[in-house]
Design a protein around this ligand. Structure first.
Ligand code: ADP
Length: 211
């Protein structure tokens, strides 16, 4: 059962996590369709590396032309995100370097967005690396979108047009779902068709406290 502290304020803050391609965005889309505000760490991480940002320039300084978008000049600070992905998913130390740069900015954006949404009764926070980054205390409850490892690999390869090796490198850069399962307050089973999700999600949205 979950042991680390959760956010304990008056707002319901649902942390949505899982593994890459386990179905977080699919679930988040459905929750947004129900009218819930959805904050997404991936969006914030992309914004943190926006063209010309200090972060993008720091990345260019470290890796040089290898991560510079084709046709751009270094001073413009435009990244080739695919090239950056290949570097960091192949090398844990480089990944750690990039995460140290980007995670504090993502966290700041969550804090700002949450302050702006203080009046909303429920907010959804999509955080792929929620457990890895120790962000449990941002959420009042944590939902894990779960599937089988083979499904995760297939879905990732299909969605991002990756080779099995590249997809595995991305999956192995995160904790396995098996490790995350006991840390969540509720596990969403996304092994079957996505049409199965609404009944699970509707049931879980009803109570205001996690089981
Ligand atoms: P995440 O946000 O966790 O990375 P996505 O929601 O993007 O994952 O899902 C990964 C891919 O798998 C997407 O192409 C999505 O359409 C597909 N997918 C999600 N859930 C299912 C499911 N239950 N059955 C089949 N494909 C699914």
């Amino acid at each position: 059962m979950a042991s680390s502290p959760r956010w304990n304020g008056p707002q319901r803050r649902i942390g949505l996590t899982g593994g890459i391609a386990s179905g977080k965005s699919t679930v988040a889309r459905w929750l947004a369709e129900q009218g819930l505000p959805v904050l997404d760490a991936d969006v914030y991480a992309r914004e943190a590396l926006a063209p010309g940002s200090a972060t993008a320039l720091a990345v260019l300084q470290r890796y040089g032309e290898a991560v510079q978008a084709e046709g751009s000049v270094p001073s413009a600070g435009v990244l080739d995100r695919g090239a950056l992905g290949r570097i960091v998913f192949d090398d844990p130390l480089e990944r750690q370097w990039l995460e140290r740069l980007v995670h504090p900015l993502v966290r700041d954006r969550f804090e700002t967005a949450l302050a702006n949404l203080a009046g909303a009764p429920t907010v959804v926070l999509v955080i792929p690396l929620l457990f890895e980054a120790g962000l449990e205390a941002l959420c009042s409850e944590i939902w894990l979108v779960d599937c089988e490892p083979a499904q995760q690999l297939q879905r990732l390869m299909a969605r991002d047009e990756l080779s099995p090796e590249a997809a595995e490198a991305r999956i192995n850069a995160q904790w396995p779902l098996e490790r995350k399962r006991p840390m969540a307050d509720w596990v969403i089973d996304n092994r079957s068709a996505t049409s199965d999700l609404p009944s699970q999600l509707t049931a879980q949205l009803r109570p205001s406290t996690p089981t």
